[in-house]
Design a protein around this ligand. Structure first.
Ligand SMILES: [Zn+2]
Length: 100
């Protein structure tokens, strides 16, 4: 079981999602974007939907997401947290509610 947050998936909050596979976590993340529907999440959802029109973008996002997912294994192994997590996979820079 792994945990990724909304933010790690390029979203605007720190809600955690758990799953055994990258796909499982991704589906929970997508569901979460649909459920929350505040401005920041609507924007993230829209960006994701726009990206889906472009297969190259989807591929890029998915690869980045898988990379993040694989990193979790190392984080768990070393019991350390990265000091500055990679910027959101989808660029939501100005929507971040805290600067890292
Ligand atoms: Zn969220």
């Amino acid at each position: 079981m792994k945990t990724m947050t909304c933010r790690q998936m390029g979203g605007p909050c720190d809600t955690p999602f758990q799953g055994d596979t990258a796909d499982e976590i991704m589906n929970k993340g997508i569901q979460h974007l649909e459920e929350i529907q505040d401005e920041a999440h609507k924007k993230a959802q829209k960006m994701m939907m726009d990206a889906q029109k472009n297969p190259e973008e989807v591929k890029k996002w998915y690869e980045g997401f898988r990379e993040e997912f694989e990193k979790l294994r190392r984080i768990e192994a070393h019991r350390t947290r990265p000091k500055s997590p990679k910027e959101g996979l989808i660029n939501l820079g100005k929507d971040k509610d805290r600067s890292l």
